[in-house]
Design a protein around this ligand. Structure first.
Ligand code: ATP
Length: 236
């Protein structure tokens, strides 16, 4: 059984049909990526999984439970954390306080303490900036912070919406490396990216979306090697 099964999902904004009859699966331990141009419907799918948007029709089944009617906090409680597009840090809180916000549903103090140490190991720059207000971090550092904040919830599945957007090349490399580490340490990943080449290179499987529909699917490697994917999304 897949960890998350999205079945015939359709999502509308008023009269605009942003997602049409989309189906895909995520298995435990995978990085699955959704790629596609601006407006293909990727963010809409992520927001629907996390409970921010409600589907018009279709099913979202996570570990046997239907998510369609759950509020975002209930979805988080089930083990799904989202890192939204655009790096929303709590600007006037310190790095450490931001991380603590990620653990707000947890009661296991020792575990939380353990995870602080884990995050500081995985993201050394956050340790250095621990007491600084999040507003004073660079874009790349803020991206590290929002990823670490989501991991503080100890999610089983993490949803990453455009984590490389607007970052310098060095940070982009860093972010993709960290995503692989996240998977290797046991968290399943749904990765939304415009940076299709890098996303497919680390993904176990991918889905190509256009105009709200799934057009193609395969392993990351198969899609990278596919001439039509190369032409449309990988710059020839
Ligand atoms: P991007 O990478 O630009 O975010 P995307 O693939 O994530 O693209 P979505 O943001 O999911 O695409 O948008 C899918 C479609 O829904 C687009 O046509 C977009 O214009 C439309 N849309 C998105 N948000 C809204 C909204 N709040 N109200 C109306 N239409 C919207």
């Amino acid at each position: 059984m897949p960890m998350l099964e999205v079945k015939n999902l359709s999502v509308n904004y008023g009269a605009i049909q942003a997602v049409r009859n989309v189906s895909f699966q995520i298995n435990k331990g995978e990085i699955v990526t959704l790629i596609g141009a601006n407006g293909a419907g990727k963010s809409t799918i992520v927001k629907t999984i996390s409970g921010i948007l409600k589907p018009k029709s279709g099913e979202l089944v996570y570990e046997g439970t239907h998510l369609e009617k759950l509020k975002p906090n209930k979805v988080v409680a089930k083990g799904i954390s989202q890192v939204p597009e655009g790096r929303h840090v709590f600007e006037e809180m310190t790095v450490r306080e931001n991380l603590l916000m990620g653990a707000y549903l947890r009661k296991d103090r020792d575990g939380i303490q353990e995870d602080f140490e884990k995050m500081y190991q995985r993201f050394p720059v956050l340790k250095e900036r621990e007491k600084q207000d999040a507003a004073t971090l660079s874009g790349g550092e803020q991206q590290m912070l929002v990823m670490a904040r989501a991991l503080m919830a100890r999610p089983k599945l993490i949803l990453l919406d455009e984590p490389s957007m607007g970052l310098s090349p060095i940070y982009i490399q860093e972010v993709f490396k960290i995503i692989e580490t996240i998977r290797d340490q046991g968290t399943t990943v749904l990765l939304i990216e415009q940076n299709a080449k890098q996303a497919l290179s680390i993904a176990d499987r991918g889905y190509v979306l256009a105009s709200g529909e799934v057009k193609m699917t395969g392993t990351g490697k198969d899609l990278l090697d596919d001439p039509s994917v190369q032409k449309a999304y990988l710059g020839g």
